[in-house]
Design a protein around this ligand. Structure first.
Ligand code: ADP
Length: 350
């Protein structure tokens, strides 16, 4: 029995509600061993008392069999999360983010429809209009956005303990996935549960953004709802593919934004068709699904993006297809049209 074996055992204990464990979240502050006794100190930042209770039980469940029930002492130091001050709140209880003029959420009812691809290319196309743009990947499980921008940089913190976004292709990038990296700055360590997204976003040193794009996690559950309820989102873009199953989920996303009074800027129909070298269009996932759905829901159709191997390849290579020149391919042109529509659909500045 060594501190390493204890740490390894503790890495089987998930943080309640997350698939991530308490060790990689950086919550285990101390492991002491003396005369066969183990003392583990854990720090949790939450106002929910059931969380330390659950962690306490789960730690005993993994350590008791190793050391014996009476030899294990678990101490949990629960701290309240930082409070939101009254001046942080917009009139509707949502928080604005310092240094950011407009926030646009990009959502999809389900995964794999190209939401991150759309968020990335939309950010690039908005920046091409001369605007300052930031993009935040709100999915806790993996910084895919940074990859799409070809960056493996880790953010650092400034002297005010704010996280400095990574700059790639002129876009300020941040990812909640950085919360998980062991060498991330202290301010982003620990599971800021999703309701602290707002605090996370406020702790980023955004540099005078005209637009901040939030790439929401796929789906329409509590996580997504919480994010759009806590920050003052000015408009949302729902990404779908043309087949019925995707459209049903897109409808759910539209209804989610309706419930929390976030304006829908429009739908993006991704993978709308494939055009062969002779110009024939093949509607692989069905014809006109996005157009019909937009009409049905009474929301604009912002773009139809074709299935385009280059879009996929360039995302993998870290050079998104919407980078200049804008008209190099139908997919790129469609992203730039979508950006213009987004700009015009957003409410004017007060
Ligand atoms: P999501 O964020 O919805 O899970 P991604 O943006 O990660 O989806 O896209 C899933 C995969 O599909 C990626 O490999 C991406 O490059 C590819 N992809 C997305 N849109 C297109 C498109 N229009 N043409 C070809 N490939 C695409």
């Amino acid at each position: 029995m060594t501190p390493e074996t204890i740490r390894e055992a503790l890495s089987k204990v998930p943080y309640p509600g997350f698939s991530r464990d308490i060790v990689s979240f950086g919550l285990v502050k101390g492991i002491e061993m003396e005369d066969g006794r183990i003392r583990v100190t854990i720090e949790v930042q939450t106002s929910d008392p059931s969380i330390p209770e659950k962690i306490f039980k789960d730690c005993h469940a993994v350590l008791d069999p190793i050391a014996g029930e009476d030899a294990v002492s678990i101490e949990i130091d629960r701290k309240d999360p930082p409070a939101t001050t009254a001046e942080d709140q917009a009139g509707d209880g949502r928080s604005s983010i310092p240094g950011v003029k407009k926030i646009v959420a990009v959502a999809s009812g389900k995964g794999g429809v190209g939401k991150s691809t759309v968020a990335t290319n939309l950010a690039i196309a908005l920046a091409a209009t001369g605007a300052q743009v930031g993009l935040c990947d709100c999915d806790l499980y993996g910084p895919s956005i940074a990859m799409m921008f070809g960056s493996d940089a880790q953010p650092t913190a400034n002297e005010r303990d704010e996280i400095i976004p990574i700059l790639a292709h002129g876009i300020q990038l941040m990812s909640m996935g950085f919360l998980l990296a062991d060498d991330s700055p202290v301010v982003v360590r620990g599971p800021l549960a999703t309701r602290y997204t707002q605090q996370f976003l406020r702790q980023v040193a955004w540099d005078s953004l005209d637009y901040l794009i939030l790439d929401l996690p796929p789906g329409t559950g509590d996580i997504q709802l919480t994010i759009v309820q806590t920050v003052s989102v000015d408009g949302s873009v729902v990404v779908t593919t043309p087949q019925d199953v995707a459209l049903i989920d897109a409808r759910k996303a539209v209804s989610m934004f309706g419930k929390v009074n976030v304006p829908i800027l429009g739908l993006v129909e991704n993978m709308a068709w494939f055009e062969c070298e002779h110009g024939t269009r093949y509607h692989i996932f069905g014809d006109g699904g996005g157009v019909r759905e937009a009409k049905r829901l009474g929301v604009p159709l912002l773009a139809q993006i074709p299935i385009d191997p280059e879009t996929c390849l360039r995302a993998d290579r870290g050079t998104p297809v919407a980078l200049p020149p804008a008209d190099q391919s139908p997919a790129s042109a469609a992203f730039h049209d979508a950006a213009d529509r987004v700009i015009h659909a957003l409410p004017a500045e007060d």
